[in-house]
Write a protein that binds this ligand. Structure first.
Ligand SMILES: *Cc1c(COP(=O)(O)O)cnc(C)c1O
Length: 729
């Protein structure tokens, strides 16, 4: 497919015997294979940690003497050979699940479009949940052998990093990413020039250069307009994720949808299925229609063909959260495009028009819903909410008949599970347990693991988290730029023996990070109980333009640093995948308090579950499906109250009650003679057994395959060269 492209990964001066480390560094397979990570960390553990586990930066900076040392180490070399052998076996992709299950479709391709991809902290081109989901989707597609190719952006300024001032105000910093220290491979054409695609924007053509990220067997192509032939403004077009500037936003979405199709064409891909992960990429349907109109099809015939191979996943349960543009902006950007679709303005506008709070607008999800045959929300409840929200598009159907289904989000187990936990499962489930993640019977073997062993690992992971928080706080103190109270807020007084609750997510008001602060006296009594103390660790960023979100951080931070809390609350700055891993592996309880039904799915609690952390959450999104009464705790009930204040009051009361009467006693009381909380560990086992198989991307991708992709592979997706008489314009 890309034989003609000169791929020039960075050159490292590695000893010949270790030369393939560079190959590993450029394939994100290492991010979910701890043995591959150890190949790097073993060479120089301190440097590996200092460089945030970025193997490319690592190989560029590691001392030659360190490399020479391991080159002379028999054990290291054996280990190296074994890891590379596993890597080669994986990449050969023989006998994958996909090949076994769909032998008649091995020639098919699925294109996956997303605004953001969260693959690893060393490639910070993601903001949060949507990006992590996309990243996990690619990793799982790779594991299952699903022939998927993906398109997105490299944002040269990354997403911001976060600092909190003494007064609790979020400060943001951005840094130009050093692409030569990221796992992105520049693509070149046959003449050795950077490979670019073009899209037309008002009065100019913009070029985007192409980079490739290798995610196991899956290729991800990232566009970037930082090209010298673009004018200076256009060079910045893809520099930031989620700007509120409408011109930038629509230009990015034109580039993602239209430029993305052109990217895949340029690279000779012929996808049979086109999956839009959220509405940002919906303009791709127009570009595909344009291609057919150019061949002589009418708009309608082209639309019918294209639709059969489009999949749309919506993630947004509130109308205001959906991406929409004012009509004048569409006039500005598309008035020279709609003639190419053989449409006039009104016909064009109608494709996306919908009422919004701000009057009629052009809605990206409406465009995607109208021109996709397969549509889904991301949990059962979110499916229901979506059918209700979009019913106006199908005025002849009842709400239950609206053709939007659901596939509940999952997480990529190999990425999120702690290494110790993985080794434990290796021992009790057999070394190939990762092949059977979605098999409930395999997980039933959890009962065979002795409580003491499981508990020892839980304690180890909590110690690791506390040490991580302590070290971060120490570093901030030594930077000489923080007030001492910020060091306390960063978690220096955390200790590894108390019941520890984690709350980490985007700070949006509907997630109600302050719900547990509704009754401060009660909270203080809970956390400061000398015989049964409780710690709570917060983390999360607010969107820089979200003032209420930033005020919420401030409210939480002020509480965290209040001396009455005794340092039992902490706020870890700069939530990213690295912080997320420590938290979802290290705490005892994962708490989530969204205002129902606004958490479309949520995934962080799924990451926690597979590590033996117990969920304590509102019955919204995935937890409404996962909770069975014995595998964690619910907050509140399934009734949605019209008055938000009343809802908050009700949910907070439920939260405190459950904490005081159930969670804390279960953790501290009834310890066996060797100080083992047997009932707690029993609940951990129930949680892992019931949640790990169900809320994995393994189950999720198999559902996407059979419910969304397969019907399209069978019915549509054939690129028809010439229109039939009846299809002509
Ligand atoms: C998993 C994850 C998220 C999404 O978690 P939610 O449960 O959807 O809030 C956001 N950010 C990071 C860094 C994550 O790892």
């Amino acid at each position: 497919m890309e034989q003609n492209l000169r791929v020039l990964p960075n050159h490292f001066s590695l000893p010949r015997r270790l030369s393939r480390l560079s190959e590993l560094a450029y394939n994100l397979w290492w991010t979910w294979n701890p043995e591959a990570q150890m190949l790097f960390s073993f060479i120089d553990k301190l440097l590996w940690d200092r460089l945030s586990h970025n193997p490319i930066a690592f190989l560029r900076q590691v001392e030659r003497s360190r490399l020479n040392a391991v080159t002379g180490d028999r054990n290291y070399l054996d280990f190296y050979d074994r890891v590379l052998h596993n890597f080669d076996t994986y990449m050969k992709a023989e006998n994958t699940w996909y090949d076994r299950t769909y032998p008649n479709h091995t020639d098919k391709q699925i294109a996956y479009f997303s605004f953001e991809f969260g693959l690893h902290e060393s490639l910070p081109v993601y903001a949060g949940g949507l990006g992590i989901l996309s990243g996990d989707h690619l990793k799982e597609a790779s594991d299952l052998g699903i022939p998927l190719v993906a398109v997105g952006f490299v944002y040269i300024l990354g997403y911001f990093s976060q600092r909190i001032t003494e007064d609790g105000w979020q400060e943001t910093r951005t840094q130009v990413l050093k692409l030569d220290e990221m796992p992105v491979i520049p693509l070149y054409d046959e003449e050795g020039r950077p490979l670019v695609v073009h899209v037309e924007l008002p009065k100019r053509t913009v070029a985007a250069r192409l980079w490739k990220v290798q995610v196991g067997r899956v290729s991800l192509y990232l566009m970037d307009t930082n090209v010298s032939t673009n004018n200076p403004t256009d060079q910045q077009l893809t520099s930031r994720l989620y700007t509120s500037d409408l011109d930038v936003r629509i230009s990015q979405e034109i580039l993602l949808g239209i430029g993305g199709v052109r990217t895949l064409r340029k690279l000779d891909y012929k996808p049979n299925v086109w999956h839009m992960n959220e509405g940002h990429s919906a303009f791709l349907v127009l570009e595909r229609i344009r291609e057919l109109v150019e061949k002589g099809y009418s708009f309608e015939a082209a639309g019918n063909i294209v639709k059969k191979s489009n999949v749309f996943t919506t993630h947004t349960p509130v109308p205001a959260g959906n991406d929409a543009f004012p009509f004048w902006l569409l006039d500005k950007y598309f008035s020279s495009y709609w003639p190419e679709l053989k449409l006039d303005r009104d016909e064009f506008i109608k494709l996306g028009s919908a009422q919004s709070e701000w009057g009629e607008q052009f809605s990206m999800p409406v465009l995607a819903l109208k021109l996709s045959e397969q549509r889904n929300g991301v949990s059962e409840l979110h499916g229901q909410v979506s059918r209700k929200m979009w019913q106006f598009l199908w005025p002849d159907l009842n709400e239950q008949e609206v053709p939007i289904g659901h596939i509940t989000n999952g997480v990529h187990t190999g990425t999120w599970i702690a290494r110790r936990m993985r080794l434990l499962f290796d021992r009790y489930f057999g070394p190939d347990w990762l092949q059977h993640i979605d098999d409930p019977e395999m997980w039933a073997q959890i009962e065979e693991i002795p409580d003491a062993e499981l508990w020892a690992i839980r304690r180890h992971l909590k110690r690791k988290l506390v040490t991580f928080a302590n070290e971060r706080a120490r570093r901030s103190w030594m930077s000489n730029s923080v007030h001492p109270v910020q060091v306390i807020a960063g978690g220096v007084l955390l200790e590894p023996y108390s019941l520890t609750i984690g709350f980490a997510r985007r700070f949006a008001t509907y997630k109600r990070a302050n719900l547990i602060m509704r009754d401060i006296d009660r909270l203080l009594r809970i956390i400061n109980n000398p015989s049964m103390p409780v710690q709570i660790i917060f983390a999360g960023k607010a969107h820089p333009a979200d003032e209420p979100g930033k005020l919420l951080i401030q409210e939480v931070y002020r509480m965290v640093k209040d001396s009455h809390c005794g340092g039992r609350l902490a706020f870890i700055e700069d939530y990213d995948m690295n912080v997320a891993r420590y938290l979802v592996q290290g705490v005892d309880v994962w708490m989530n308090t969204p205002r129902r039904p606004l958490e479309a799915s949520g995934t962080s609690g799924e990451k926690a579950a597979v590590n033996g952390v117990l969920n304590f959450s509102i019955l919204d999104g995935w937890w409404r499906e996962g909770f069975n009464g014995r595998n964690g705790w619910a907050i509140g009930d399934e009734i949605e109250r019209a008055d938000p204040n009343e809802q908050d009051e009700f949910d907070a009361a439920s939260l405190y009650d459950t904490l005081e009467k159930e969670i804390i006693p279960l953790y501290y009381a009834n310890r066996s003679a060797d100080n083992l909380p047997n009932e707690w560990v029993g609940m951990i086992k129930e949680s892992i057994r019931t949640l790990a198989p169900q809320f994995s991307t393994r189950r999720m991708l198999k559902e996407y395959m059979s419910q969304m992709y397969l019907p399209e592979m069978e019915s549509g997706g054939k690129e028809i060269p010439e229109p039939l008489e009846s299809e002509k314009a």
